[in-house]
Ligand binder design. Sequence first.
Ligand SMILES: Cc1ncc(COP(=O)(O)O)c(C=O)c1O
Length: 385
Amino acid sequence: MKTKTSIPFARPTIGDSEKQAVLEVLDGDVLTHGPQNKAFEQEFSAFMGGSAHAVTTSSCMAALHLACWQLGFGPGDEVLVPAQTHTATVHAVELVGAKPVFVDCNEQDGNMDVSVLRKKISPKTRGLIVVHFLGIPCPMDEVMQIADKHSLRVIEDCALAVGTYHQDKHAGLWGDAGCFSFYPAKHITTGEGGMFVTKHKDLAEKVTKVRGFGVDRKFEERKIPGIYDVPQLGLNYRMSEINAAIGRKQIERLPEILATRKRNFSRLKAQILSILGVHVPDIHFNHGKSSHYCLSAILPEKIRSHRNDLVLELNASGIGTSVYYPQPVPRMTYYRNKYGYEAAHYPIAELISDASIALPVGPHLGEAEIDEIAGTFKEVVERHL
Ligand SMILES: Cc1ncc(COP(=O)(O)O)c(C=O)c1O
């Protein structure tokens, strides 16, 4: 039975300006691949510091698929991926016919364990996908050193990393490509949507073409309307003008959204950590910034097997929760059936999937709600201890 929570895990911040922007698009003649998309791409790039080539997509999954394809991963290649991530990260590798090779994460921040990553590199390894877990930056300088040494292409899955920095560089600009999500629960939303970013101009041009069926010329480049050629394969992974118009208004809210998330996360973390034995994955170096997607609390050992009961009790008390992520991806049926699964290889991914509860810190919450989440969480945990 699903309980209705009074403090939801996430709630998109949609105001009058987003509604007005949608109406303006609907009143016009262009509903897809028009000026709203172009402007959204430019504004997103500007938010990241101005050097990114940004290409709107229909989702982060679409951007990841385009990245794996256009970076040339294919049959016979191995691509390193974290075991602890959303299945989209790994599906993208699988869809281009390459083999995902899973890497466990570390307990401190939930990101891919770089020492395990080194050991999994083989002569077949062509690339890797890092995921900034819950918006916590991966140590990209170290990752890029390894990648350069072994000539690996790097994709950053930035689904939860709008506003994430390692050193002073935004996530997505370290590797060859970065992929963002604008699903409703994310920092900003377009309903559904994503953004492919890259520092390589030629890669952005290729992705732009294959995002729209692989046709050889844009509307404005067609001398005779309706006439074009298709020199290559392609997909339709475009974003509509309606979604892009919402995204442009959402970007304007970003500084405030990120500041509120940071404030909420710090307030909640301070209270959650007062419960003995609870661990909260977080950034642990001072040369970067987390985007504070949510607060994932790993339970004390004694009550880990009660996790699902705790979730139901929290929900019954009105606190919305989630789990990031519900299973290590190699344990999911599709991957387990295809590659087999040995739990002993992924102890930390298992711990996070089976013993953590994700709590909200979004901009829909103020101090009173954060204190209520903390108080209820404490009460529920202590009842089981
Ligand atoms: C790490 C990660 N990658 C990819 C995705 C998929 O994003 P989208 O729904 O935009 O395809 C998600 C969704 O939560 C995610 O958490």
